[in-house]
Design a protein around this ligand. Sequence first.
Ligand SMILES: CC(C)(COP(=O)(O)OP(=O)(O)OC[C@H]1O[C@@H](n2cnc3c(N)ncnc32)[C@H](O)[C@@H]1OP(=O)(O)O)[C@@H](O)C(=O)NCCC(=O)NCCS
Length: 144
Amino acid sequence: MNRSPFIEGTMVHTSANIYGDTFIPVSTKVGAFVEITGGVTIGKRCKISSHSFLCSGVILEDEVFIGHGVMFCNDMYPKACEDGVMIDFSEDKVIPTLIKKGASIGSGCVILPGVVIGEGAMVGAGSTVVKNLADGETYYNILK
Ligand SMILES: CC(C)(COP(=O)(O)OP(=O)(O)OC[C@H]1O[C@@H](n2cnc3c(N)ncnc32)[C@H](O)[C@@H]1OP(=O)(O)O)[C@@H](O)C(=O)NCCC(=O)NCCS
C-alpha cells in the first residue's frame, strides 16, 4: 500500500485506477486493482478492497466497507450496438446506487443499479443485490 502523492491523508494503492472527477477523501483506503470511474461519490473513512469496480452513479457514504471483487452496475439493459452502430457511453442512462453510512458489502457481490443499502447493513459474500436493504439488516443469497 502506498500513500497517494495527490490526496493528503488518503491511502490509494498505486495499481488502482481512478478516473475523471471522482475524489477520494481523507482516510479512505483503496486497494490494489480497484477501478473507479468518474462520477462516483466516496465518503470518508471508507475501505474499498482489491479488485472491486465502482462505476459512475455509485455513492458511498462515510465508513462504508467494500469487500474484494465487488461489482457495481449502472445500466439495467446494457448493449454494445444499436442497428450495427456502437453505442457511446452516455451519462443519461446512469442509474444511481446508494450505500449508506457504515454499510458493509462482502467479497464477490454484484450490486444491481438503483438499489439503496441501508445504514450499517451487511451484505454477505457472494450475494446479488437487486432490491433495497433496510438499515441494519443482513442479507445473503446462495443455493445450498
Ligand atoms: C453474512 C455474514 C456476515 C453472516 O455472518 P453470521 O451472522 O456469523 O452468519 P453465520 O456464519 O452464523 O451463518 C448463518 C447461516 O447463513 C449462511 N451464510 C452465511 N454467510 C453466507 C453467505 N455469504 N452466503 C450464503 N450463505 C451464508 C451460513 O452457511 C449459515 O447457514 P446455516 O444456518 O444453514 O448453517 C458472513 O457470513 C459474510 O458473508 N461476511 C462477509 C465476509 C466478507 O466478504 N469479508 C470481506 C473480505 S475479508
